[in-house]
Design a protein. Structure first.
Length: 211
């Protein structure tokens, strides 16, 4: 898994100067080093672009790394709404998205994402692309909330579904979210409203289409 990801990163070189600076800013601000991997970020850009998505909802902004990757997929014709628990993180993400040229196309809702999702549903907001990358225990709740406010054929992408390979390889010791994610993966696979597949890029990204 690591070797394959290293190979992908080496051949496709998905990292660039701007994204390097985002990672530096996260470090300088004493925030955790848990942005999506470079290849996962590039994958998100391509997914948004292929889906022709224009109205994206992200859960878990951190410093804006994945936000920039998502926005690069829609370029000047889309909007990103990002839900983030920590105000400090949302502020850094906004600053980084602005540096990347997407400052006018992104808005942040701070506080627990479940509350923000409820408020968006009450306002009848609809989205054509979702990226879930926050507290893993809430993934089933986030999934259901996203389905409620999804356009038909919307795409839902979910990060960290392989938990460093531990969900698939019993010889590896289970870590924090291994069992939670095993259950979540089964939930997605069996979900009557989703058509989904898991892609082993980065820490694993599931892509689902809302029927
Ligand atoms: C893995 S990081 C997101 C990384 C980001 N998507 C990226 O790749 O650039 C997870 C983020 O979820 C946020 N988070 C955790 N619990 C949350 C909650 N209940 N509501 C909203 N955000 C939450 C954390 O503060 C953190 O910034």
């Amino acid at each position: 898994m690591n070797k394959i990801n290293h190979y992908i990163d080496t051949v496709f070189e998905p990292q660039d100067q701007l994204l390097e600076e985002v990672l530096d800013s996260i470090k300088e601000n004493g925030m955790p080093n848990i942005s999506v991997s470079p290849s996962s970020g590039k994958f998100l850009t391509i997914l948004v672009s292929i889906a022709n998505a224009k109205n994206i909802l992200e859960i878990g902004a951190l410093g804006g790394y994945s936000g920039i990757c998502l926005a690069r997929g829609f370029q000047e014709k889309g909007q990103l709404t990002s839900l983030e628990l920590e105000e400090k993180y949302a502020n850094l993400a906004k600053s980084n998205l602005t540096k990347a040229g997407f400052g006018e196309q992104v808005s942040y809702l701070t506080g627990p994402a479940l509350e923000s999702l409820e408020s968006l549903a009450q306002k009848n907001k609809r989205y054509d692309f979702f990226f879930i990358d926050a507290d893993k225990g809430n993934y089933p709740n986030y999934l259901e909330s996203c389905i409620k406010i999804a356009e038909k054929n919307a795409v839902i992408a979910v990060d960290n579904v392989l938990v460093r390979g531990t969900v698939a390889d019993d010889t590896l010791e289970a870590i924090g979210h291994t069992n939670i994610m095993k259950e979540f993966n089964q939930l997605v696979a069996d979900h009557p409203k989703l058509d989904a597949i898991l892609v082993p890029i980065g820490d694993g990204i599931t892509i689902a289409r809302v029927k």
